[in-house]
Design a protein around this ligand. Sequence first.
Ligand code: LHQ
Length: 270
Amino acid sequence: MADLKDINNPPILTAKRSGYRIITLNRPERLNAFNEPMHLALRVALMDAEADKECRALLITGAGRGFCAGQDLTTRLANEPGEARVLGGALEAYYNPLIRRMRAMPIPIVCAVNGVAAGAGANIALACDIVIAARSATFVQAFARIGLIPDSGGTWFLPRLAGDARARGLAMLADAISAEQAEQWGLIWKVVDDAGLQTEADTICQRFARAPTKGLGLIKRALNESASNTLDQQLDLERDLQREASMNPDYQEGVRAFFEKRKPNYSGRR
Ligand code: LHQ
């Protein structure tokens, strides 16, 4: 196993900006496919970002020409012909906690898909709150090509984002779709020219870094829960979360700024 502290070859890179952090998946020679050290490093980076009260948004992107090719398949080969590699443990140990953590984080996660997003890599992108993609990027639910099913939330995200017919096509045919197609089908927020991806991602994060963070976290919670709630349950939830939002000083600041006809100066207190 690669050393997590290998400073010459860290599986992820982290950078702090004013009010947000950037996480870059960093195994470009394998299109940033996930191995265990990368999972562990990403987990630590997400926990650090959440614990940092100054961190009001997170940007996830990939190094090199790919965003993420999902699980590193070199670690999944059976040693002997006929030997089975039974999967499930890796999902339980790594992918499922990752998706749960990302969805539950009380700050917005922006994903800048810089190149191919395949397998779990595609679904990790779809788990983010705002997904932008370079025009040259592609999305491929590669699982069916190797006899697997879309995991990391794929079978949950796809029908909800793109509808059942497209979810079935994407999952069963496992063809790559362009970033433009992903945008047209509602899988992602928007496509930008390759050269503008980084700037666009930074601009969104800078905006979030000045936004009322508590409210954004509560919006995220409400939208997450709406998928399994009835309208009645959702109305109750909105009542409870709105109460919570209104107790945060940023709500008062927003209203005051509106009447004073000035830009609000949000504390970002969570
Ligand atoms: C890779 C990979 C890769 C290793 C490219 N691994 N090396 C969860 C739980 C447990 C187990 C199983 O899985 C899961 C979740 C999953 O994610 S399953 C799905 C795993 N991912 C895939 O099946 C995608 C495999 N990759 C591809 O289909 C292609 O590489 C894509 C479509 C992503 C990109 O194609 P190209 O642009 O043509 O690039 P390439 O194929 O030439 O790849 C470049 C290099 O990256 C190459 O190495 P090489 O030494 O020949 O230059 C690939 O072997 C390596 N690579 N994906 N997942």
